[in-house]
Each structure stands twice: as structure tokens, then as C-alpha cells.
Design a protein around this ligand. Structure first.
Ligand code: PAF
Length: 294
């Protein structure tokens, strides 16, 4: 039976009574509207933790005015029944007023990591994410927390926060789960028209293009980025309201631009379909150049 906790004191009480001395408590923070990506995080948590708690909270702090906070998909009853099927021990589902009673003056700054990639077009977004995740970590005090690689920038920011603030918990980043045509699962996919959904395959295709160019020896960053942009543009130019936000190769540790392609690079894309913005990324590992034989 999955317990539903709606207030912070209820959540704290549950944690106090359920935390066992030997087993780990796992937290899967979500904004609900579950898809296969969420379920994979929940399954991983269940596999390695003794107790699993899932938070479902659409966090107003990470949406700018004019973004899709109001229209963000919400379906608590469906989420709860999926959580129950998956054997989740508890769901923490607070109201916005419970998490932000008024007078929030303290927040978690995320520096330059929050300004790169998605941060450029969503100023303040990652500060909002880090702040709510910090609150959830304080409320639940998990031993492990689970995030998806699809949100690579978010995962890096949270890992950095945990490291910088000496939080005694482990962050596990789980692989991106994709639909059969390669599109990464996202709660926002359901808002696409049929035409947009079919065009959305270009995000992953452009990442695979970057990978194949690099693996076949291309070492010019601008050239790879241009090829990605060209491929996306070709696919979306006829779709009204569709535009590229970014298609980049970045350093996976800093999210900064690259001088050269070597070691590991992160290919990352974001495309807008009207008000719906989709993101995806791929980590590309480059084999060390073979030594020239003498
Ligand atoms: O990835 C999400 O769904 C959200 O950004 C998170 C981590 C639950 C914080 O609101």
C-alpha cells in the first residue's frame, strides 16, 4: 500500500518511523505525469533501496512568468496508481502553499552552471530546481536520490550542489528512456500535435549525427554543431512556431563550449515547438587517438 503524505510534518513522521537502521531510503523527485522515464527511476530506486519515496510537486519556482506552470500536465490519480503498481512505499504530494508558505528569501545559487544551455533561455530556472530539491532533501533526508540523464544539466547542478554543501547522500543518474522512434520520454511530449511529434525525432537524430561525425574523425566543433543545426532546421522549417533553441557540443563537467573534441563531450539540443520546448542530449566518448606506428 502506497502512503500519501501531503504535509511536511507528515512526511517527516513517515521518514522517522520507516527509516530502518540498515537499509537505504531512496527519493525520486518528480513533477508527476509519469511516463516510462519516471518508472525507470522508481524501479532503480526500488531495486537498490530498502524504502522508496516519490515526490510529486509541480514547482512554481522553476517556471518563469509566461512559461507553462499552469498548463503543465497533472494527473495525480493516475500517478498514484502507477506508484502503487510499482511498489512505491510513499508519495509526498504537497500543495504549493505547503512548500512555499510566503516569505521565501533563501534560495540556492547555482552560478555559471545555471546560465549555460537551457539556463540561457530560462533564467532562474535552475536556481528554482536546486532550491526545491534542497528543500526535498531536507524534508526526506534520503540516502540516495534518483534523476534522469535526459536532464543532464539539472543532474550536474544537483550533483554539484550535493558536493558543495557536503550532503550525505548519493545522486544516481539513470539512462534516458526513449520511445521506439528514439524520442526521449517527456511529460511535455503529449502536448505536441501529430505533426510536431513526428518532427520531434530530429532531436535524437541530430545527436546521433554528431556522434557519427565525431566517431568517424571530425574534430571541428563548429562544423559538427552546424551539421546538427542544418539537420534540425531541415526537419522543422515547415512547422509553424518551431525553432532551434540550441544544438551544441559542450564540456560535460562545466557545460562550457569546447576548443577541441577529445575525451568525452556532451552533445545537447533544445527545440521549441510553439510553447513546448523539448530537450535531449548524448554523451559521446572518443577513443584515444591511436599512436602512429614508427
Ligand atoms: O526533473 C524534474 O521533474 C524537476 O525539475 C524536479 C527535479 C522534480 C524538481 O522540481
Amino acid at each position: 500500500m502506497t502512503v500519501v503524505l501531503r504535509t511536511i510534518p507528515e512526511a517527516r513522521r513517515w521518514v522517522r518511523t520507516e527509516r530502518t537502521s540498515s537499509g537505504a531510503l531512496g527519493l525520486v523527485p518528480t513533477m508527476g505525469s509519469f511516463h516510462e522515464g519516471h518508472l525507470s527511476l522508481i524501479r532503480r530506486a526500488r531495486q537498490i533501496c530498502d524504502r522508496t519515496i516519490v515526490s510529486i510537486f509541480v514547482n512554481p519556482l522553476q517556471f518563469a512568468p509566461g512559461e507553462d506552470y499552469e498548463s503543465y500536465p497533472r494527473d495525480f490519480d493516475r500517478d498514484l496508481s502507477l506508484a502503487t503498481q510499482e511498489g512505491v512505499d510513499a508519495v509526498f504530494h504537497p500543495e504549493a502553499g505547503e512548500m512555499y508558505p510566503s516569505g521565501l528569501v533563501t534560495s540556492v545559487g547555482v552560478g555559471k552552471l545555471g546560465e549555460a544551455l537551457c539556463g540561457a533561455s530560462r533564467p532562474g530556472h535552475f536556481q528554482g530546481v536546486a532550491t526545491v530539491v534542497a528543500k526535498l532533501f531536507h524534508i526526506v533526508q534520503p540516502d540516495r536520490a534518483f534523476f534522469g540523464q535526459k536532464d543532464a544539466q539539472q543532474a550536474l547542478i544537483i550533483r554539484t550542489m550535493v558536493l558543495n554543501l557536503n550532503w550525505p547522500l548519493q545522486i544516481e543518474v539513470c539512462p534516458t528512456v526513449r520511445e521506439p522512434d528514439g524520442v526521449a520520454y517527456s511529460s511535455r511530449n503529449r502536448r505536441l500535435s501529430a505533426e510536431e511529434r513526428s518532427r520531434a525525432t530530429v532531436l535524437y537524430r541530430s545527436l546521433r549525427l554528431a556522434e557519427s561525425l565525431i566517431q568517424s574523425g571530425e574534430r571541428n566543433v563548429a562544423c559538427v554543431e552546424q551539421q546538427m543545426q542544418k539537420q534540425i532546421q531541415k526537419m522543422i522549417h515547415a512547422v509553424p512556431g518551431a525553432e532551434i533553441d540550441y544544438a551544441r557540443l559542450v564540456d560535460p563537467a562545466t557545460l562550457g563550449g569546447l576548443q577541441q573534441i577529445r575525451g568525452e563531450v556532451l552533445a545537447a539540443v533544445a527545440v521549441r515547438f510553439g510553447k513546448t520546448r523539448l530537450i535531449d542530449n548524448l554523451s559521446i566518448k572518443i577513443a584515444p587517438e591511436r599512436q602512429a606506428r614508427g
